[in-house]
Write a protein that binds this ligand. Structure first.
Ligand SMILES: [Zn+2]
Length: 263
């Protein structure tokens, strides 16, 4: 039995050690799935949403969102851009929400256009969502829940008490998930503000966007506010990056990247 315990434990440990990677901001990550597998899952969920959720048929709205998306996508690194077939869909839904899935699939709910009041603010949201994809956050989230399940199963095999099991359960939820999500959100904010600036959009508008959302209260985008850094701390963090972001935007504008997406 002892050997078996060691065996289970070493598989668990091996899984964690072999799965380490780094985010674009050089944070260590545990990712268990291949990019191809994540892309396959992302694309399949996207097709399902396209089939099941109502889409906007307002051509003006669609062209506007597509225009902003094109500029954001054009600012990606070559391998990021050509590594996926990037695509945007405007869903007809009053929620102020947007998402991006592995495999390069972006969704915007047209309710977002009431909160993101110009092309720069819409770009800020999209670049944030794309930031989650670039930083492999879905993979990380999926891997955490897989590891958690394996950890619980391993603990059962190892014969730990119920109290320990509950502590483990609570620990993974409180100790791993929440802080991780907070980290992921600020990572997406940082990647997003740089990406939108590289596309030639005004990064300062990302802060105005947060002010709009705070003012909106009940109409806050669920994705953007689902996980936890307070708007104040997010705005402070964005402010910290503003000098660098402004410089990137100026270079982009000087290089002829001047988005002019008309609502
Ligand atoms: Zn987010």
């Amino acid at each position: 039995m002892k050997n078996f315990r060691t065996f289970v434990f070493s598989i668990f440990l091996g899984l964690i050690l072999t799965a380490c990677a780094s985010s674009p901001l050089n944070r260590r990550q545990v990712v268990l799935y291949s990019d191809a597998e994540m892309a396959r899952q992302g694309i399949s969920s996207y097709r399902q949403m396209q089939a099941e959720l109502p889409q906007s048929n307002n051509q003006r709205e669609i062209q506007y969102v597509q225009c902003v998306a094109n500029h954001v996508i054009a600012a990606l690194d070559e391998d990021q851009r050509s590594g996926s077939v990037w695509e945007v869909t405007v869903f007809d839904n009053e929620q102020a929400n947007a998402f991006a899935l592995p495999g390069g699939k972006i969704g915007v709910y047209n309710g977002l256009l009431a909160v993101a009041q110009n092309q720069h603010q819409l770009a800020a949201v999209m670049a944030h969502e794309v930031g989650h994809v670039l930083a492999n956050h879905s993979n990380e989230r999926a891997s955490q829940s897989t590891l958690r399940n394996i950890g619980v199963a391993a603990a059962q095999v190892l014969g730990v008490s119920n109290a320990t099991m509950q502590a483990l359960d609570l620990g993974t939820q409180l100790g791993l998930f929440l802080p991780f999500n907070r980290t992921q959100e600020s990572e997406a904010d940082s990647i997003g503000v740089i990406l939108m600036a590289n596309a030639g959009f005004d990064p300062q508008e990302s802060i105005t966007l947060w002010q709009n959302m705070t003012a909106e209260g009940g109409a806050r985008p669920p994705e953007l506010l689902s996980t936890h850094p307070s708007p104040t701390s997010r705005m402070a963090e964005l402010n910290r990056l503003m000098g660098a972001a402004n410089a990137l935007r100026q270079s982009a504008n000087a290089a002829g990247l001047n988005p002019d997406c008309i609502r």
